[in-house]
Ligand binder design. Structure first.
Ligand SMILES: [Zn+2]
Length: 151
């Protein structure tokens, strides 16, 4: 078993335990420089926070030790990261990740986010969630932010 396979197997084991504990079938492990920095299960069933996916819980835990430096970190997720987790990983600076089960397979069992992935690839006007731009009068906050970060 390779190191990648071992870390992914741990993520899947976390997912299996989470089902036994009443949660969703998801687990995640974050590794940096060969060391595990976070392990997590999906905890939505415990917190009612819809963002408590395994990857997000692991990401938050890892940030407490890594800060914002996720360079070289690798995400191992039992299931294909949903659009929220995928984007969070990207924003955090992950360059590599592995998952065991595709979103389409999860959806055949009543979980997963393959449909949302598909929706998000469509123009805003064609998506089921209405998200519309309403630009207010006045300056946006971006110039002030840019000026502050250049100082
Ligand atoms: Zn997710």
């Amino acid at each position: 078993m390779t190191t990648h396979e071992a870390h992914l197997a741990e993520a899947v084991a976390i997912a299996r335990r989470n089902v036994e504990d009443g949660g969703s079938p998801y687990g995640a492990v974050i590794v940096k420089d060969g060391a595990v920095v976070a392990r997590a299960a999906n905890t939505v069933h415990l917190t009612d926070d819809p963002s408590d996916h395994a990857e997000m819980v692991a990401l938050r835990a890892a940030s407490r030790t890594l800060g914002r430096d996720f360079s070289g970190a690798v995400m191992y997720a039992s299931g294909q990261p949903c659009p929220m987790c995928h984007a969070a990983m990207r924003l955090a600076g992950f360059r590599e990740g592995y998952f065991a089960y595709a979103a389409e397979e999860a959806e055949t069992h009543g979980v997963g986010s393959a449909a949302i992935y598909g929706e998000l690839c469509r123009p805003l006007a064609e998506q089921p969630m209405r998200l519309r731009q309403m630009r207010p009068e006045g300056a946006s906050p971006y110039p002030a932010w840019a000026a502050r970060t250049k100082a």
